[in-house]
Design a protein around this ligand. Structure first.
Ligand code: IVH
Length: 678
């Protein structure tokens, strides 16, 4: 592609991606699939790599952090970043409202009336200032001491909900001069949970809360780490604008949205404190279901003209307050530490707690993850501990109150034998694992429950309780046994009558033709979640190829690394697993293959590598076309590669291919082979 065409394409791609980012991150309304998005992104990255001088200053690819920062510079904020008065009760909220009414002269006589508030959830994250010059994001900082914070610009650039350029749909006045926006950087709870799981598995220290993890991530010295952890950002205030001004809070929020920021949808204009109290209750009721940690409601006087009239106290305004929820933390006592065995054989120590109410939920257990974690926190039976729960996340022990430890409390040690089946326990990384595989009742139970679950084989009516009964009665000893159950077997189960037996057997029958990816996921292979299962299914199309795949073959699939390849290979190499798979097949379980082509494609059986530049199509398009033609695409040269498509600038891969005697063709020949006119 020539320079002029590249420039146009880069600009078009950048604009497209910006639009998709906005739809995805700010509007929550994506209009293309992740795969299609990745494709655009890869094409842009490739073009920018080829023409570095054409990369726009606000290119979406700059969100992927590169390079190391050593320390954070201090940045003075455009305006003091105030904090809010925290109110813990309705009474306090009503008192605050009364003071506002007094301040605005709404408390007596002719002008008596209600204050109009803009109420919104109070995010429990990290407060951030973003500065835009002529509509382009130039720097961002943490709140720090309110007057100045740390320059975390490089890290903030990696957060996709932060627009790098304000959208022209927003008020034009904001696109000129300096504009400073305040908002909250947050880590979604599922992401927080996954991050902690990864840290714990790697033997590293997990974060105590989603808030800490957001703060730790924004203040990372290496922006590529920030980029790898998916943070979100919600805008809620204007700290400074050279030109734009807004009469009310709700107009401001609308402008922030139009400029491209992610703003909270669940905000309410409240007339009077009663409505604020009601809103507080409604958010509290939803609190556990939200994807973010929310620790209260913020109410702001909607009329921004009145903000100046009401003025400030030393660190907080008189026009707004935070009406908090009850804390997510409590103190309680560890009554016991029991060890659970999971589907993969991993032993997890779980603290049994004196039941305690934590913001409306009774907590009686908390996970301690593994021996390293227990040692790090030094949790012992009898200890008094501070615990925390966030959303649906499993409660955590935050710390032990050492001065309350009873005399003689012993450190916890993981058992040498599996507490369920008595088999020897082995240490694998930070984990302790039962070595008995599916002969261990706990592993079998987890395995069957996973297999039948909705996201797997989706056998309706085969819930956990039923699985436990089937195992207790030894009606099921492996997955294939599920397909040999008879009405007589089921009659003996608690809660089963004629109709439910009929339904369950019908559901089992109906599960015999699963999609291949779901079936692979259902098998519960370590490291094979829904995404990896899909990759495997797409690549192999049928179970047969997988059964004989070597680790090398597996690693050639894009998105599959050595750890996953090892685990998949071990699973299919196991005699026991092969037997179960054969029995499943015999019972009629036939994973369904998606037929993509009729007959073999022109490149059937080839393993292709691309190197050097391509002139008529971007690399990802070429890869896709090769796959559509039946080939597999790899990134590195190995003995298995059958075809190298080499373009201008090809280097070491071309040499390696020549050495290995691999056929080398050019782009023109490639296009001919896939049936495109040269
Ligand atoms: S408004 C002057 N709105 O709560 C008012 N703050 O101490 C500026 N927070 O540090 C803040 N959600 O980081 C506002 N919807 C929201 C908020 C919010 C969370 C944080 C903010 C501040 C703290 C209060």
């Amino acid at each position: 592609m020539d320079r002029i065409a590249a420039k146009q394409r880069i600009e078009a791609l950048a604009a497209d991606i910006r639009e998709h980012d906005h739809r995805y991150y700010a509007l929550d309304k994506p209009s293309i699939s992740d795969a299609a998005y990745d494709k655009l992104f890869r094409e842009l990255s490739a073009l920018e790599a080829e023409f570095p001088e054409l990369r726009p200053a606000d290119s979406p690819t700059l969100r992927v952090g590169t390079g190391m920062r050593t320390a954070f510079q201090k940045i003075k904020h455009q305006q003091l970043m105030l904090s809010l008065d925290s109110l813990m009760s309705e009474t306090e909220a009503r008192e605050f409202d009364a003071r506002i009414k007094k301040g605005l002269g709404l408390d007596d006589g002719l002008f008596a009336g209600e204050v109009v508030y803009q109420a919104e959830p109070k995010f429990d994250g990290l407060s951030i200032e973003l500065v835009y010059e002529d509509g382009v994001f130039v720097r961002g900082s943490t709140r720090g001491d309110g007057a100045q914070g740390e320059d975390v610009t490089a890290n903030l650039r990696t957060i996709r909900a932060i627009p790098l350029r304000l959208r022209s749909e927003g008020p034009e006045a904001g696109l000129r001069g300096t504009l400073a926006v305040r908002g909250e950087a947050l880590m979604p709870l599922p992401e927080f949970e996954a991050l902690n799981r990864r840290l714990i598995e790697a033997g590293e220290e997990p974060f105590a809360s989603a808030r800490n993890s957001a703060a730790g991530t924004v203040r990372q010295l290496d922006p590529s780490i920030t980029a790898s952890r998916k943070l979100d950002f919600y805008a809620y205030d204007l700290l400074h604008a050279d030109h734009a001004s807004f009469a009310t809070q709700h107009e401001l929020i609308a402008a922030l949205r139009a400029w491209g920021f992610h703003v909270e949808k669940d905000v309410r204009r409240c007339t009077g404190i009663d409505e604020v109290v009601a809103f507080h209750a409604s958010v509290a009721a939803k609190r556990d279901a939200l994807a973010y940690e929310v620790d209260g409601v913020v109410a702001k006087v909607d009329d921004r003209g009145n903000h100046a009239r009401l003025g400030l106290r030393s660190r907080s305004p008189r026009y707004a307050f935070a009406f908090k929820f009850p804390p997510r933390e409590e103190f309680t006592q560890v009554l016991d530490i029991v060890v659970q065995v999971g589907r993969t054989g991993k032993l997890t120590p779980v603290a049994q707690l004196r039941p305690v109410d934590v913001s409306g939920v009774t907590v009686a257990r908390a996970t301690l993850h593994n021996q390293d974690e227990v040692d790090r926190k030094d949790v012992r039976i009898g200890d008094t501990v501070r615990i925390r729960r966030a959303g649906d996340v499993i409660p955590e022990v935050v710390e032990v109150l050492k001065d309350k430890r009873p005399r003689g409390a012993e450190p916890f040690v993981m058992p040498k034998k599996c507490p369920v089946c008595g088999a020897p326990v082995e240490k694998e990384g930070a984990a302790h694992v039962c070595t008995n595989g599916l002969a261990c009742r706990a592993q079998l139970e987890g395995h069957v429950i996973h297999f039948t679950a909705r996201s797997a084989m989706d056998i309706v009516g085969l819930g956990e309780k039923t699985v436990v009964q089937l195992l207790d009665k030894e009606l099921v000893k492996d997955l294939a046994d599920l397909y040999h159950l008879t009405p007589i077997d089921l009659v003996s189960l608690e809660g089963f009558a004629e109709k439910s037996i009929e339904n369950l057997l019908a559901a089992i029958e109906a599960s015999k033709k699963p999609r291949l990816d779901r079936f692979l996921f259902a098998l519960g292979i370590e490291h094979v979640g829904a995404t990896v299962a899909q990759l495997l299914a797409d690549h192999y199309g049928a179970l047969d190829g997988l059964l004989t795949a070597t680790e090398e073959d597996l690693q050639e699939i894009r998105g599959i690394g050595p750890e996953v390849a090892d685990s998949v290979h071990r699973f299919f190499a196991s005699k026991r697993n092969q037997k179960v798979l054969a029995r499943l097949a015999k019972a009629g379980v036939k994973p369904q293959v998606e037929v993509k082509r009729s007959g073999p494609g022109p490149l059937e059986g080839e393993l292709i590598v691309f190197t050097g530049g391509l002139e008529t199509m971007p690399r990802p398009d070429a890869a896709r076309k090769a796959e559509q033609a039946g080939a597999r695409v790899a990134t590195g040269i190995s003995k298995k590669v059958t075809l190298l498509v080499a373009g201008p600038g090809a280097g070491s891969k071309l040499e390696d291919a020549a050495r290995l005697g691999i056929t080398v063709i050019d782009e023109r020949e490639f296009r001919k082979r896939i049936g495109e006119a040269p």
